[in-house]
Design a protein around this ligand. Sequence first.
Ligand SMILES: Cc1ncc(COP(=O)(O)O)c(C=O)c1O
Length: 423
Amino acid sequence: MNPSLNPLVTSVKESATLAINLKARALRAQGRDIAHFGFGQAAFPVPELLQNAVREHADSNMYLPTQGMIELREAVSRYYREEFSLDYSTEQICVGPGSKELIFQTLYLVEGALLVPAPSWVSYGPQATLRGKEVVPIATSRENSYKLTPDELDRACYSLGQQQKMLILNNPNNPTGAVYTQNEVDALSEICRAYQVIVISDEIYAGIDFTGKTHASIAKSYPEGTIVSGGLSKLFACGGYRLGVMMFPQSLNSLLRAIKAIISETFSCVSAPIQFAGLAAYNEYDKLKPFVERTNDIYKFASLYLWERFIDMGLNCPKPMGAFYLFPDFDNFKFKLRKHGLFTGLSLSKKILDEADVAILPGSDFYFMATHLGARVASVDFDGARVYKAWPERSDNNSHVVDEFFPNLKKGCDQLEGFLGRL
Ligand SMILES: Cc1ncc(COP(=O)(O)O)c(C=O)c1O
């Protein structure tokens, strides 16, 4: 059979990150020693506290309230108030199967074009396209660590005229590892307020932050127009548990009502045992702090190691300040690459996979033009369980730590350096 499909769906391809993950795995299965810098997921085992909660509630077979069980929303509300100074009542919080789904449902419900800083996470654009939304990338600059500036946002908003606009801002950032300061997001708030932009503040990496500063959120300075999303996936290393949260301001109650309706007509509620894991995570966060601190230390070490190597081998790369990504570019090798017929980020990343056995994602997957020579690198190709267990109290950036805990990061850098040297 050849069913005719929704044309919006046929224009969306498989997510680039998943595709490169499959390819790198397939090559590994064939015996190729691939350094996998392509796929970013939390590197560590699920904390025992959360695992126990799932076990203890394996017999929970009831459908829970569509917004999420009240005890969980109380815990989420308290966690965001205490940890991030963001104040939402239980009524303003929705729980969903991953923040990805909640972002999709929000995009589905709100009219108007979607502004996306370039580079940004791969899935925002396809999600908007599935809904028939116009996606408007806003190019940001390496010099500003690819953080959106008020001027860039102002120009993009102006160009869209009177229509309703949405913006997705991700902090800490995938794919760059950048972290906004509160002053920087405050400055963006003024533009958002002037154009009445509806902002989704994707804060899924909140807490994976090497700056030592309080988490910055545009919801603090532009509460009336901001929806905040987060969840268990990154900080608590629970991507596969599929639990995300979204918080709506009272000024967007009509949207909250609509999202409750759409949840009730689609996924109904998040699986009950997983909601209990969420309850444990947010309610007993104090017990998880040592886990968060140690994993932050490890993410920081891995990201800074890659950053130093990239700078040494002649790549441009803003210093990563959070999450587990870096966004180097190969601009300094542009002319040499051209001599080898490599004009696009995609052909370059394919060549690097084929010849250097290193998987990276091309900048064109992150809303840049095909010729952009940026690439996203994830810094989590290491054995998280082993590193977590044996992580030294004080880890100087010395070769012993790298050799012992991060052999794939080292090998990937050595191979990339060799590749660039042969150009
Ligand atoms: C920037 C960003 N936002 C949202 C998500 C979705 O997270 P989840 O659906 O697991 O909550 C991810 C996951 O990779 C991400 O990188």
